[in-house]
Design a protein around this ligand. Structure first.
Ligand code: B16
Ligand code: MG
Length: 216
């Protein structure tokens, strides 16, 4: 393994709560309730696909122009939250693990659907730890399509079999496998059934003698 590719939301930071607050505000303006359970459906899904799901939940039809306006409005609300994030919001064990990878000469890439990925990494102070960024700005196909992880490997100049993916979403695990990469699920085994190994968080992983050791 020469490279690690990380999903962002749910793996490095918990931005799902900010996506939720922003979509909830949009739903409320449109006159319906959007619950935390509904929000689970949006994890790892692109912004426009998320909006389609939201409108479907509310049983609302709007024209394409209005959809773009709503997505833009949601993003402005979301940005108002993420621009207040602090370095303390990097999830437990992540920073130490990124440093360990760096010390062991293992390359690091991001593989996220978000168009705000760089803003978030910068905001929490870990942007410099990434050798490459594949995100919603340089990838068009959403997970479970493998494009985002293929792009990450390409930017690291590594073949797929040399890369390991860290993902919290079922669609992300599938995307990693379709890219020909092994995948560590971050979260619950009951949900991430297809992952090669599952761990609760990054306090469960270390590097010993150049090899990854996971207490899954
Ligand atoms: P944006 P990930 C995903 O991030 C989120 O899980 C998903 O809820 C969001 O809609 C998507 O990014 C797009 O985000 O509106 O910032 O472009 O898990 O792929 O890192
Ligand atoms: Mg995620």
């Amino acid at each position: 393994m020469k490279g690690c590719i990380f999903d962002l939301d749910g793996v490095i930071v918990d931005t799902a709560k900010y996506h939720y607050l922003a979509w909830k505000e949009i739903a409320s303006e449109l006159g319906f309730e959007f619950t935390e359970k509904d929000n689970e459906l949006l994890k790892g899904v692109s912004r426009m696909a998320s909006l389609e799901i939201l409108l479907n939940i509310g049983g609302i039809n709007v024209c394409e122009e209005e959809k773009l306006k709503l997505a833009d409005k949601k993003n402005k609300i979301y940005l108002s939250y993420i621009t207040k994030m602090t370095s303390e919001e990097v999830l437990p064990g992540v920073r130490d693990f990124l440093e360990a990878l760096h010390q062991n000469g293992i390359q690091i890439a991001l593989g996220s659907a978000s168009k705000n990925a760089k803003t978030i990494l910068k905001q929490v102070g870990i942007e410099d730890m990434f050798d490459a960024i594949a995100d919603g700005t340089n990838v068009t196909q959403a997970k479970p399509d493998p494009e985002v992880f293929q792009k990450g490997a390409e930017l690291l100049h590594l073949p797929a079999e040399e890369c390991l993916v860290f993902e919290d979403a079922v669609a992300g695990v599938e995307a990693a496998h379709r890219a020909g990469m092994k995948c560590v699920g971050v979260g619950k085994r009951e949900i991430l059934k297809q992952a090669d190994v599952v761990m609760a968080d990054f306090r469960q992983v270390k590097i010993e003698n150049g090899k990854l050791k996971i207490n899954g």
